[in-house]
Design a protein around this ligand. Structure first.
Ligand code: IDP
Ligand code: MG
Length: 156
């Protein structure tokens, strides 16, 4: 439908510590309650090549090797969520990178204790979201489906 054309998508991932700590349901619940629509989801043991592409901007950082080990340490739940302004709104829901700075009410501000175990990833811009979605998902893994709550969420 024409309405799908004005929707935006983002990549969200529950990191290995979030999966281990049984936070997957809580995190999905928050995105569902906000009204975003789930378009793709899978449990993955992330390949090193995917992680090095995903975090290529951070290669020179001192914490980079530890970051790749952390992200390889267990399964990740990768998701694509759709909705108006979903990139900006999901970053606000996730909160500051450092849980010590993250506001209460955010996912990191409510559920996390340390910057090196911050439970969740969300794309930080529309352009980055496009790249990350195509890195983590094939086209066939993304499902377009009709929302029955659209007019109540958006008044259009
Ligand atoms: P973001 O996840 O909020 O977008 P980025 O700056 O893109 O934050 O960093 C990516 C990830 O790298 C963070 O979520 C965190 O897991 C890790 N990271 C960032 N800065 C540090 C640090 O100073 N120490 C340890 N890990 C870090
Ligand atoms: Mg980032």
């Amino acid at each position: 439908s024409g309405l799908l054309g004005i929707q935006e998508r983002t990549l969200v991932a529950v990191k290995p510590d979030g999966v281990q700590r049984r936070l997957v349901g809580e995190i999905i619940h928050r995105f569902e309650q906000r009204g975003f629509q789930l378009i793709g989801m899978k449990l993955v043991q992330a390949p090193k090549e995917v992680l090095s592409e995903h975090y290529h901007d951070l290669q020179e950082k001192p914490f980079y090797p530890a970051l790749i080990n952390y992200m390889s340490s267990g399964p990740i739940v990768a998701m694509v969520w759709e909705g108006h302004n979903v990139v900006r709104m999901s970053r606000a829901m996730v909160g500051d990178t450092n849980p010590a700075e993250a506001r209460p009410g955010t996912i990191r501000g409510d559920l996390c204790a340390h910057i090196s175990r911050n439970a969740i990833h969300a794309s930080d811009s529309f352009e980055v979201a496009k790249k990350e979605i195509s890195l983590w998902f094939s086209d066939q893994e993304l499902i377009e489906w009709q929302s029955c709550i659209h007019s109540n969420l958006y008044n259009m």
